[in-house]
Design a protein around this ligand. Structure first.
Ligand code: ATP
Length: 239
């Protein structure tokens, strides 16, 4: 992957009213990189993604996408600029069919390749092809998570912000999900994901950040982090 960051978070301070959650968080993601932020419940992972996606506005600090300050951008413009947030909890449109969910993911696109991309998405997620005319609310949890990711990809993002993709999924599904994410990065997409499943993040991420009560306390490659006894004790205890 190239060395210039596609996403740069600089000294981000953010929270809710008087509650300060993130304290001077800095990180970067390069093109084609899979970067994971791991941390316990309440560490501030979701808050971080929402501030990057401008759904919440930071108290201070900057979020740069290809050197552009995202503060100047309305959140609904994000996907047309190449940034997609896939929130926690499989937020698909439950009343709509699988294929209509995918079409909605391409809502802001103006090109004529949308149906072609839907076919490509069905190749990548064969289970969704079988279920294309099924109401999304009737899909299983894992299928809905796949659909949420596929719908996000329909925007043709350059970077995907992914909140707890493994939540509630069977371990086997999580493993195949992570393989899919790694293959997206091979195609040049960047992914910033937050997850509590440190072991899996450690096996596929190019680099990781450890977020503890709103602070990045450690960063490095999987090799570097898996040599750190403090990280092993706190986050990989059940290995
Ligand atoms: P989890 O893994 O449990 O989802 P997290 O690392 O994503 O946790 P956040 O959801 O970012 O953590 O929450 C960080 C802190 O901010 C927590 O103390 C939480 O209670 C608080 N918080 C989150 N959302 C709000 C909100 N809307 N208003 C006030 N406080 C909030």
């Amino acid at each position: 992957s190239s060395t210039t960051p596609i996403l740069t978070v600089e000294n981000l301070v953010a929270g809710y009213d008087k509650l300060q959650v993130l304290q001077e968080v800095s990180l970067e993601v390069r093109q084609g990189e899979l970067v994971a932020v791991i941390g316990a419940n309440g560490a501030g992972k979701t808050t971080l993604l929402k501030n990057i996606a401008q759904l919440l506005r930071p108290q201070s600090g900057r979020v740069l996408f290809r050197d552009r300050d995202l503060r100047k951008l309305a959140p609904q413009k994000l996907s047309s600029k190449g940034i997609v947030l896939i929130p926690e909890g499989r937020q698909v449109f439950k009343e709509l069919t699988t294929i209509d969910n995918l079409r909605l993911g391409a809502f802001y696109r103006r090109d004529s390749k949308i149906e072609t991309d839907i076919d490509a998405m069905f190749d990548r997620f064969p289970a969704l092809k079988v279920l294309q005319n099924q109401q999304a609310g009737l899909l299983s949890g894992g299928e809905q998570q796949m659909l949420a990711i596929a719908r996000g990809l329909m925007a043709r993002p350059q970077i995907v912000l992914l909140d707890e993709p493994s939540l509630g999924l069977a371990p086997q599904l999580v493993a195949s999900l992570y393989e899919t994410l790694a293959s997206l990065c091979d195609e040049g997409i960047s992914i910033l994901l937050v997850d509590q499943m440190a072991q899996l993040a450690l096996s596929v991420a190019h680099r990781l950040y450890v977020l503890e009560t709103g602070k990045i306390i450690q960063a490095g490659t999987p090799e570097e982090l898996s040599r750190d006894s403090r990280i092993i004790d706190s986050y990989l205890g059940n290995l």
